[in-house]
Design a binder for this molecule. Sequence first.
Ligand code: GMT
Length: 374
Amino acid sequence: MRIGIVCYPTYGGSGVVATELGKSLAAKGHQIHFISYALPMRLDGFQGNVFFHEVEMTSYPLFEFPLYTPALASKIVEVARFEKLDLVHAHYAIPHAISAYLAREILKKELKIITTLHGTDITLVGLEPSFLPAMKFSIEQSDGVTAVSRFLREKTTTNYGIDKEIMVIPNFVETGKYRRIPCDEVRERFAPKQEKILIHVSNFRIVKRVPDVIRIFHEVQKRIPSRLLLVGDGPDRSNCEILARELGLQDHVRFLGKQIELVPLLSASDLMLMPSQSESFGLSALEAMACEVPVISSSVGGLPELQVHGETGYIAEIGDIDRMARYAIELLTNDVKHALFRKACRKRAVDNFDEQRIVNQYEAYYVQCLEAAS
Ligand code: GMT
């Protein structure tokens, strides 16, 4: 198939899923055309069957705001015509599904649209009155719609009154690459006295509740010699740096900023903290699990579909810092239990969320949508 993939190029789960999906489909022989305003973060190195098309933005004094939606629609039209695309797969509905709809109208419907809903496009941003009608319309007009968890499908149906069939296709991980590797050097660097290592990976948006991560670690650190690695960057980072200092944790917390190579860091870690306010799936938690890192998370969104409480980690109410800290201490002080959890994490990632398994589901869904349309 000739597939256009529209996504955000930035450090975030929807862009990662879109890019890894495209690379994997390309390896299976499909021709993949990524369309975005910059090269997607994980689209590194040359790969056959993979092409990138940049959306050029023009400015004009009359335009107070950049006009990305029509520019993207025009680029989709151009790529679809010249590359004879069978379908375009829009990752994150705003504005990608809207641009794709516009492109399909221009092409007189000779292009199929699959939209994948990822998270805040449905739970947060799309609910804004200034976006809602256009969002709802573009989802309803897509030829196929997928959501990354049952939770997100349910939210889409109830919050937007959409009765279109939505296929749940979860996030995935390349378990051949994401696996625990020898990590003595990394451990030595961050925890020279064999302290335990806790890790958090996110885009430091408010919904991630990174200050909770620091407060949980504060409690853990009182009982267990430990270090906290914070990976990623975003609007809440400065607040978190201030909080870490206020709590006297500056020598125990390392802010590593954005990192491309996560496997060595995850392999050196004993526990991941993900206390999010909202999380439609939790891709970072899955990547940690594949590297045998148990997860302490909140009970929101799709996290209970990923995690098995008491087997791969523990789940607690949003904001219940004390409970999350207790769970962390329990696991980090019980080597036998920790080893069992580590094994269960890897098994769950491999058995349920391995890349090949999920990419096959997307591929089959494309075929189904194309056949239904013909
Ligand atoms: O919603 C976001 O914060 C951004 C979004 C993204 O584009 O990175 O993340 C969402 O999509 C990921 C991939 O499907 C999911 O694993 C994340 O759980 C989801 N984030 C939220 O729901 C907060």
